[in-house]
Design a protein around this ligand. Structure first.
Ligand code: NAD
Length: 493
């Protein structure tokens, strides 16, 4: 059985704990490899390696750091297929979906190549007599990333591309469920010329994460995962004096107004609800059908579900793959057992759901009460709930009262209604006739409410801010002849 190792100081290093965590093939239900969970001591050693590499990397010129990112961009581009197939093999998503993940990750590398421009400071000449004031941004030191299973290539790239180009060194703790791609990315960074020790990977679970939270040399933590863990890491990381951005779960609503193009809205709901088997933090999980949109919309979604090809990533015709684990598949399926809901399509009936892989067909549930766990929980699977309301105001109240505020979307032909929704929605990312409004890499990604703990969103301009701290220099080069003692508070006028 293949053991998945750590990446420390430019090479793979076997884990020593003997504590094995299985890596499944979700399409067959068989174990294909294992991770040896890193101990606190191994995690501390990775931080020490990153700390030792920091002064040298920070001292490299901006152009040199950007050049490494340019080379890395070329390597990721050239290896798209290999990266995507590794993602598919351990996560289970289709190869086309995995290629999309790589493409969106690549955008973040491209953004990071612009660091020389992004790190420019300001300069004020003659702020006072003979005094100039200027601002610079400096890296933090060793920073760490803790990432979820659902985007094992893209989410690490959200973090480390900006962190590295800003001059930090990095320790990644990827999801233990699909860890192999982290080593491929580490190898590509190495090939791109990144000095040894600048990027390190520790495999494992909570033990490694606890060690990162506790380590005094880790200056910042970026986390993406479920809300309870995000909240805990934010609270304990900040209490330990670290900078933390912790992105959590979601329950993304798609509001469909009666004037919407119903066919387009149904296409969008099906794509965003069942793509990646619903295991996306930006998946649509609730369709809020306003007024007369409900009946035709439910019928149109039902009709489309019948055409979704569910299968393994090795089948090129498959559009939706399995879930990440047997436990997760069973947990998702159990939501369909709740009383008082109207199941329009039951994914448990799909023949593939009875096989050994972790498959579940797409499910559609109508007239979901807002106190049902189907509505209140983040299910993270291919289950789409429909809530029927009478007015735009009722739809908005649902969006805004929800615990989560990651993404939300409105489907309408009315520009005024869409603009009002953009203004009203208490949610970090809004789509107008776009169901999955993941911002391009030159904006930043982040939700509100229980979808993000911290101040700065991830990647884009916020990412540059997060991984650097500001310094302002007040400088004077006086004529020595003019020097004098003055105990007054410095004035500029
Ligand atoms: P998870 O919270 O179980 O795990 C995320 C990471 O935290 C993993 O590396 C895991 O090993 C580690 N971890 C798990 N439990 C921990 C604990 N108790 N203490 C410390 N570390 C722990 O999440 P997941 O199941 O891998 O991913 C799915 C979740 O991630 C969903 O809730 C989804 O919405 C969320 N997510 C959010 C975003 C976003 O941008 N907001 C993006 C992707 C995924």
């Amino acid at each position: 059985m293949r053991a998945i190792e750590n990446w420390i100081n430019g090479k793979t290093v076997p884990g020593t704990s003997g504590r094995q965590l299985p890596v499944w093939d979700p399409a067959t239900g068989e174990q294909q490899a294992y991770v040896v969970a890193a101990t606190a001591a191994e995690t501390d050693a990775a931080v020490a390696t990153a700390l030792a590499a920091y002064p040298g990397w920070r001292a490299q010129s901006l152009s040199r750091r950007a050049e490494v990112m340019f080379r890395f961009r070329e390597l990721v581009d050239a290896n798209r297929k290999e990266i995507a197939s590794l993602v598919s093999a351990e996560h289970g998503k289709t190869v086309a979906d995995a290629e999309g993940e790589v493409a969106r990750g690549l955008e973040n590398i491209e953004f990071a190549t612009g660091a020389p421009h992004l790190l420019k400071g300001g300069y004020s000449e003659q702020a006072s007599n003979g005094v100039d004031v200027y601002s610079i941004r400096q890296p933090l030191g060793v920073v760490a990333g803790i990432t979820p299973f659902n985007f094992p290539a893209m989410v690490p790239m959200w973090m480390f591309a900006n962190a590295l180009v800003c001059g930090n060194t990095f320790v990644l703790k990827p999801s233990e469920k699909d860890p192999s791609v982290s080593l491929l990315l580490a190898d590509l960074l190495h090939q791109a010329g990144l000095p040894d020790g600048v990027f390190n990977v520790v495999q494992g679970d909570v033990e490694a994460v606890e060690a990162l939270i506790a380590h005094p040399d880790v200056q910042a933590l970026s986390f993406v995962g479920s809300t309870p863990v995000a909240k805990s890491i934010y609270q304990r990381g900040t209490a330990a004096g670290k900078r933390v951005q912790a992105l959590g779960g979601a329950k993304n609503h798609m509001v469909v107004l009666p004037d919407a193009d119903i066919a387009a809205a149904a296409d969008a709901a099906v794509s965003a609800g069942y793509g990646s088997a619903g295991e996306r933090c930006m998946a649509i999980s609730v369709v809020v059908a306003v007024g007369g949109s409900a009946d035709p919309l439910v019928a149109a979604i039902q009709e489309r579900i019948g055409r979704i090809a569910v299968g393994p990533a090795t089948d090129p015709s498959a559009e939706m793959g399995p879930l990440i684990s047997r436990e997760h598949r069973d947990k998702v399926a159990a939501y369909l057992d709740h009383d008082g809901v109207e199941i329009v399509v039951d994914g448990r009936d799909a023949p593939i759901a009875r096989g050994p892989g972790f498959f579940l067909g797409a499910s559609l549930v109508d007239k979901v009460p807002t106190d049902s766990p189907l509505y209140t929980d983040e299910i993270f699977g291919p289950v789409l709930s429909v809530v029927r309301v009478g007015t735009y105001d009722e739809a908005l109240r649902l969006v805004n009262a929800n615990e989560f505020g990651n993404g939300c979307a409105i489907f309408t032909r009315d520009g005024g209604a869409a603009r009002q929704f953009q203004y009203d929605a208490v949610c970090g990312m809004v789509g107008v006739n776009v169901p999955v409004p993941v911002p391009v890499a030159y904006y930043s990604f982040g939700g509100w409410k229980s979808s993000l703990f911290g101040d700065l969103h991830m990647y884009g301009p916020d990412g540059i801010q997060f991984y650097t701290r500001g310094k302002v220099v007040t400088s004077r080069w006086p004529d020595p002849a003019t020097s004098e003692v003055d105990l007054g508070f410095p004035k500029v006028r």
